[in-house]
Design a protein around this ligand. Structure first.
Ligand SMILES: [Zn+2]
Ligand SMILES: [Zn+2]
Length: 301
């Protein structure tokens, strides 16, 4: 860039900063309101209308959204299960009344795998707490907000972390389509929790290589179209924590994947053969994983 171009660019930046539209007006919302409304999701119609026409308030909202603090999935889970005394998490959920974290707490509390692991942590069984911590640290969450015009054919979820994406497809049966970054050589077992106003569904899936290099893809069938708003949480499962309790869910998830998406079968089989090499694998899980790795397991019956 020549000197003339550079000074034009700098002038352009400076004039953007001082544009009158970036100054708050008397009708703009007070700063503390952004935080409470973001946490409680209770914008009034008048506030929504003002934001729609005001750049300043939209910018302030985006900034407040970036600054707002939420406890990690692990802290939410420990708190929900009463395993630790976490004053910050308690204040956030009760006094601040964060709707996002309240929904995630319900989701995490409904997960039977996590519930079983929490019991083992209470009994101080082995290194369960460490494994559980790692699993939830791998987690991500998203929200499907109610659409004013009803559910579209492909309704996207809003993820908080970059890289993940999910859409709800209005097919028969309805599908949850996940895309995430990952390595095709070392497939991972994902726990997927999906909750609407009435109930929480828990499923397993092993994402397989997608169209984009470095991207993984999974389709999860749903029994029915859930009601909105929907919260989605997913985390990677350490195969060493699986027990007899999870075997039927695993077999069910594999059978569903084989029927729906034959490309997922090799990913499941690679995951299972890796898991079979784990020293800590539960003996009760072993036969199910061995059955899954047999070549015939991939054939659609
Ligand atoms: Zn404003
Ligand atoms: Zn929160």
């Amino acid at each position: 860039m020549n000197e003339h171009g550079l000074s034009r660019l700098l002038l352009g930046l400076a004039s953007e900063d001082t544009e009158p539209t970036t100054m708050p007006t008397p009708s703009c919302l007070p700063l503390p309101r952004f935080r409470t409304a973001l946490l409680r999701e209770d914008w009034t119609d008048a506030e929504q209308r003002h934001k729609a026409g005001c750049d300043v308030c939209r910018q302030t909202e985006a900034q407040a959204r970036r600054q707002v603090w939420h406890p990690s999935l692990l802290r939410l889970f420990w708190h929900a299960r009463g395993l630790v005394d976490d004053a910050d998490a308690a204040r956030h959920l009760q006094t601040d009344a964060c709707r996002r974290c309240q929904r995630l707490s319900i989701l995490l509390q409904a997960d039977r795998l996590l519930a079983r692991l929490a019991t083992r942590v209470r009994q101080r069984a082995g290194d369960t707490a460490t494994r559980l911590g790692r699993m939830l640290a791998s987690g991500a969450s998203a929200l499907l907000a109610p659409a004013s015009s009803g559910l579209r054919a492909e309704q996207p979820f809003a993820f908080e972390a970059a890289g993940h994406s999910a859409v709800l497809l209005r097919t028969a049966p309805p599908l949850l389509r996940l895309e995430r970054p990952g390595n095709a050589q070392t497939p991972v077992l994902l726990r997927v929790l999906l909750g609407d106003r009435k109930d929480v569904r828990e499923q397993f899936t092993v994402p397989r290589p997608g169209k984009e290099p470095g991207g993984l893809h999974a389709d999860l069938p749903l029994e029915r179209l859930p009601a909105e708003p929907l919260t989605l949480a997913l985390y990677e499962v350490d195969a060493a924590v699986l027990g007899i309790e999870e075997v039927s869910q695993l077999c069910h998830a594999f059978a569903a994947a084989r029927k729906l998406d034959p490309l997922a079968v090799p990913a499941w089989q690679t995951w299972a053969s890796h898991a079979l090499k784990l020293a800590g694998l539960d003996a009760a899980v072993r036969p199910a994983l061995e059955a899954l790795t047999r070549p015939a397991a991939g054939a659609v019956r």
